[in-house]
Write a new protein. Structure first.
Length: 101
């Protein structure tokens, strides 16, 4: 079975809603990791004044490893629940995955 790392980058204001969605989703049995991040780019239309001055936007990264066949359905459901600007995703192949127990 091949696995994929799915990374979501979402605005801080949406992070708790996305986390709740993922905690309730059946494909997330293995869990996920969240990190605070700062996004850099050209589109600051929805940035706060402080973010505009600093030149970066606060965001949250959510990362999970899941079977490749589960990715399309999860992304489809995320799109239907969270139609938001500045919410991005990317996938990467995982060559090996396990724990040390």
């Amino acid at each position: 079975m091949s696995h994929v790392r799915l990374t979501l980058s979402c605005p801080v204001a949406l992070a708790e809603q996305v986390i709740e969605f993922l905690l309730d989703h059946e494909t997330m049995i293995g869990g996920f990791t969240t990190l605070s991040a700062q996004g850099h780019g050209r589109d600051f239309a929805s940035a706060t004044l402080r973010e505009q001055v600093r030149g970066r936007v606060q965001s949250t990264l959510l990362m999970t490893i899941l079977p490749a066949e589960n990715v399309a359905l999860l992304l489809k459901e995320l799109r239907s629940h969270f139609r938001a600007p500045h919410m991005f995703y990317w996938t990467e192949p995982v060559h090996d995955f396990g724990d040390f127990s």
